[in-house]
Design a protein around this ligand. Structure first.
Ligand code: NAP
Length: 283
């Protein structure tokens, strides 16, 4: 990354309290990076503090926090080699029943915040004529699944912005890279459950039985238990260090499997998903 081999590469990572963000902070520190590991609650990352890792408070939906976090990296380090936009969550449930304020909140974190942080680091990266912006998306940014439509929409939008940014920033040797995991064993699914519970706890919801069946199959268990977060961290490391990084990395085996659904015509894919998720027969 940096051409100055006397000092380590500098990276800012969001959402390091648990899961993929935490594993990535630890791996990059082990590999000699200077890591700024951020989380919205500082106390959830203070245990990571070391010579290589500086914990930072950063709620990615807060403009002042975003500015201060980028400043907190640039002040001592004088540059920033990489931004890993990892913070995010999955809002599940039938689109008919999701309040619009929840829709906005999902986009604020998964879509708008990664763009805002990119906007804040790009001027420095342009001056350096180097930098990498890694956006942790999902295979759900490529394939739409019932009751995950809001999460899908936020990640599809993140993918579109990343693709555009990649082309816009190419004159300055700034690479924008998408990481697309399938299911990964993190607290992600526990957090997801709170949203699905709104449907399951609503006796009047016409979606209850189908959401329950889909959740039984996809709630982060069994085949969907997925890969460890360290596996995704390794893929992020590859994206940050490859001489010619790809535009997107499918980060887990189940992501590659899921993407195969795109080879099917729409009608057949809808049917395969409805049957696969236990939504047929309906009712
Ligand atoms: P996770 O363990 O739940 O981690 C999510 C992180 O995002 C947490 O650190 C959380 O912080 C943080 N976060 C949420 N809202 C935030 C905000 N407003 N400001 C700052 N941080 C915030 O889940 P994960 O699996 O590692 O997820 C990381 C990324 O991978 C997400 O973008 C997710 O969409 C993507 N992904 C996950 C999977 C999977 O199966 N796990 C699959 C594909 C893609 P708090 O602890 O403060 O809530």
């Amino acid at each position: 990354m940096t051409t100055d081999h006397s000092s380590p590469n500098v990276v800012l990572i969001t959402g390091c309290s648990t899961g993929i963000g935490r594993a990535t902070a630890q791996l990059l520190a082990e590999r000699g990076w200077r890591v700024y590991a951020s989380a919205r609650k500082l106390e959830t990352v203070t245990d990571l503090a070391s010579d290589a890792i500086t914990p930072l408070a950063l709620d990615v939906t807060d403009e002042a926090d975003c500015r201060e976090a980028v400043e907190a990296v640039l002040r001592p380090a004088g540059r920033i080699d990489a931004l890993v936009n990892n913070a995010g969550y999955g809002h599940t449930g039938p689109l008919e029943e999701i309040p619009l304020e929840d829709v906005r909140a999902q986009f604020e974190i998964n879509t708008f915040a990664p763009l805002r942080l990119a906007q804040l680091v790009i001027p420095t990266m342009r001056a350096q004529r180097s930098g990498r912006i890694v956006n942790v998306s999902s295979v759900m940014g490529r394939v739409v699944v019932p009751f995950l439509g809001l999460y899908n929409a936020s990640k599809f939008a993140q993918e579109a912005m990343s693709d555009a940014l990649r082309m816009e920033l190419s004159p300055w040797n700034i690479h924008v890279i998408l990481i697309e995991p399938g299911s990964v064993r993190t607290p992600f699914y526990t957090r997801v459950a709170q949203y699905t519970a709104r449907t399951l706890d609503n006796p009047d919801s016409p979606y209850r039985a189908r959401v329950e069946r889909a959740l039984r199959l996809t709630g982060g268990q069994g085949l969907f238990a997925g890969s460890p977060p360290e596996k995704v961290a390794q893929v992020i490391h590859t994206a940050l260090t490859a001489r010619h990084p790809r535009a997107r990395y499918l980060a887990t085996w189940n992501a590659r499997l899921t993407l195969m659904l795109l080879a099917l015509p729409d009608g057949l894919r809808d049917w395969a998903l409805r049957v696969g998720l236990g939504l047929e027969p309906s009712g």
